[in-house]
Design a binder for this molecule. Structure first.
Ligand code: ADP
Ligand code: MG
Length: 399
């Protein structure tokens, strides 16, 4: 689960991380009020969307010469003008895709005189199973480009969970950023705050880009991207409230209500599978047959009729779906019960696209009979390879 920059900064400030003062705004009036509460003489009006690259982004409705999603203002009037121009517009950045994101919130914050910009991130390193700190002197820009062109400028420091954060980690980060004296001490303090926030919130990533040195030699977090482990949200009710549903895919939100693990993808073959591993294998074999999956969907071990129906509806709500492949292994769930669920769901949603079903496991014959006798145009498949070949052929035939 991700949150907005302004929420991330409010959170980090509680852990003693230095951030410029600022206020969120949902309207032009609120933006003006927010600006009046800040001292000036420089303000920054920042689009709040769950995507980076806002500064270099472009608004769809404004011409190519218009300013991006992070704008400096030298007066409250200028803040008003920018807010009026940005709110309700669609911002396209390297991270939003071509569709862009509608800007519904702004962050009005103190403008800072920047001397230098660094990159500092904390994330879970899957290889070591530890929290890793990634630091680079090349901040402000696209870190992927830095990693690609000048990998020697990226330093990674892993933290042993048994010891937690130690003073030497702070020194290592300061050294990686080329900081000495008081700035090195500030870097260690920033790292301590970020690490405490990371641990305290069950974060999966905290990315600061840029971490700036100001003209008066202060380290300051100017941009923050924070994501949490969704599986831990049950013990962070206050953080769960920061979720902004307008930033999420509507079908993924619907799926989460039914406890279905659904992720939308770009292809046209909808998949309904039980078990994450089988779901991955199903997507692979669709690709092997020359097509692309429209989604990942794991209905879980205890899928019942309600879940299957909800899953069908979610898959079909995606207009790019041209066919559905159901691949279920009846272990805990028996195949006949699943077949009943599929038939009921297919009737309820008035299925118009081809449906291929592969059932295997307990009571498989009863399940196959139910599908065959349903009178619905369901194509039965014998195994996974057969199922994938059949759905790809059906979709091609229908096109
Ligand atoms: P994004 O990464 O989405 O483009 P940032 O918040 O990093 O958005 O802003 C882009 C750039 O704008 C930063 O690299 C920094 O140079 C400048 N900037 C951001 N916030 C401030 C601020 N409070 N004061 C001065 N400059 C800022
Ligand atoms: Mg940034």
């Amino acid at each position: 689960m991700n949150i907005h920059e302004y929420q991330a900064k409010e959170l980090l400030a509680k852990y003693g991380v230095p951030v410029p003062a600022g206020h969120a705004a949902m309207s032009v009036e609120e933006a003006v009020e927010a600006a009046k509460q800040l001292p000036g003489p420089l303000w920054v009006v920042k689009a709040q969307i769950h995507a980076g690259g806002r500064g270099k982004g472009k608004f769809k409705e404004l011409g190519p010469d218009a300013k991006g999603g992070v704008r400096l203002a030298k007066s409250v009037d200028e803040v008003r003008e920018h807010a009026a121009e940005m709110l309700g517009k669609t911002l396209v950045t390297v991270q939003t895709g071509d569709a862009g994101k509608e800007v519904q919130r702004l962050y009005i914050t103190d403008g800072v005189d920047i001397a230098k910009e660094f990159y500092l991130a904390l994330l879970v390193d899957r290889e070591t199973g530890r929290v890793a700190v990634v630091a680079s002197t090349e901040g402000g820009m696209d870190i992927e480009t830095v990693a690609h062109d000048t990998p020697d400028r990226i330093h990674t420091i892993t933290i042993d969970p048994a010891t937690g954060l130690m003073p030497h980690h702070g020194r290592a980060v300061a050294a990686a950023l080329g900081l000495t004296g008081d700035l090195a001490k500030q870097a260690a303090k920033v790292l301590a705050g970020l690490y405490a926030a990371f641990q305290g919130t069950d974060a999966s990533q905290i990315e600061i880009n840029p971490l700036a040195i100001t003209e008066d030699n202060k380290l300051m977090v100017l941009d923050a991207k924070v994501g949490f482990d969704s599986n831990s949200m049950f013990r962070h009710k206050d953080l769960a409230e920061l979720r902004d549903l307008t930033e999420e895919d509507p079908q993924e939100i619907e799926a989460s209500k039914y406890d279905l693990a659904y992720i939308k993808l770009d292809g046209d073959i909808g998949c309904m599978v039980n078990g994450a591993g089988l779901a991955m294998a199903t997507m692979d074999i669709i690709k092997l047959n020359g097509a692309e999956p429209a989604n990942f969907l794991d209905v879980g071990g205890g899928a019942n009729k309600e879940k299957v129906t909800a899953a069908f509806k979610i898959i079909l709500a995606d207009p790019s779906v041209k066919g559905i492949l159901v691949n279920i292994f009846g272990g805990i769930m028996k195949c006949d019960i699943i077949a009943d669920g599929i038939v009921a769901a297919a009737r309820e949603v008035d299925l118009k696209v081809p449906l291929v079903v592969r059932l295997e496991g307990t009571n498989v014959q009863q399940g196959k009979d139910i599908l065959a006798n349903s009178g619905l145009p369901i194509v039965a498949a014998n195994d996974l390879g057969d199922a994938a070949a059949k759905i790809v052929a059906e979709v091609k035939k229908a096109a």
